[in-house]
Design a protein around this ligand. Structure first.
Ligand code: URA
Length: 188
């Protein structure tokens, strides 16, 4: 039986062989697939890699990632306990927002990652990530509230990048984040 890591590696290989978003692939340094524990209870999904992620080949290793790591520590976890990925897996030029077609093109691969890992809770970071799964919801109205949909539980959170320079959003993000352990407990 293949391990979850082997199954995830196969998804990564198929993104390359299927030639997903060839224009993005041309301008990006590399595919940024995902990082962390392939058996995690908790999966975090951001938008797309930024400059540092593009260079290092890992999601959330820049300033947003530093805040994410700090928040994980505040609930007694580190990056190796969780799995972290993005909707779009190549850096968009100049960090522009991912386009609808790009999000759509990567969605089946993201769904496949979740089907392999089977986390108790999927934390969406920012509106792009939330609206990929739950297009009707507005992040400012539902952040911090777990949502059950088609056999999965999602927790919408603000994106750490938005909270970096906005004190009140940062406070809200930390408060929402602090609820994660209790939410996981209530699901399991
Ligand atoms: N922002 C994201 O959405 N993803 C990353 O990997 C880094 C920053």
């Amino acid at each position: 039986m293949a391990t979850n890591q082997q199954k995830l590696d196969a998804i990564k290989t198929s993104i390359l062989s299927d030639n997903v978003c060839p224009e993005l692939a041309l301008t990006a340094t590399q595919l940024v697939f995902g990082d962390g524990n392939p058996e995690a209870d908790l999966v975090f999904i951001g938008e797309a890699p930024g400059k540092k992620e593009d260079i290092e080949g890992k999601p959330f290793v820049g300033s947003s990632g530093k805040l994410l790591s700090e928040m994980l520590e505040s609930i007694g976890l580190n990056r190796q306990d969780v799995y972290i990925t993005n909707i779009v897996k190549y850096r968009p030029p100049n960090n522009r927002d991912p386009l609808p077609d790009e999000k759509q093109a990567f969605l089946p691969y993201l769904q496949a990652q979740l089907d392999i890992i089977k986390p108790a809770l999927v934390v969406t970071l920012g509106r792009h990530s939330l609206n990929c799964f739950l297009p009707e919801l507005v992040i400012s109205q539902v952040h911090g509230q777990p949502k059950r949909y088609k056999g999965r539980v999602y927790l919408p959170l603000f994106h750490p990048a938005a909270a970096l320079y906005n004190g009140s959003m940062r406070q809200t993000l930390m408060e929402d984040f602090a609820r994660i352990p209790a939410i996981i407990e209530s699901i399991k």
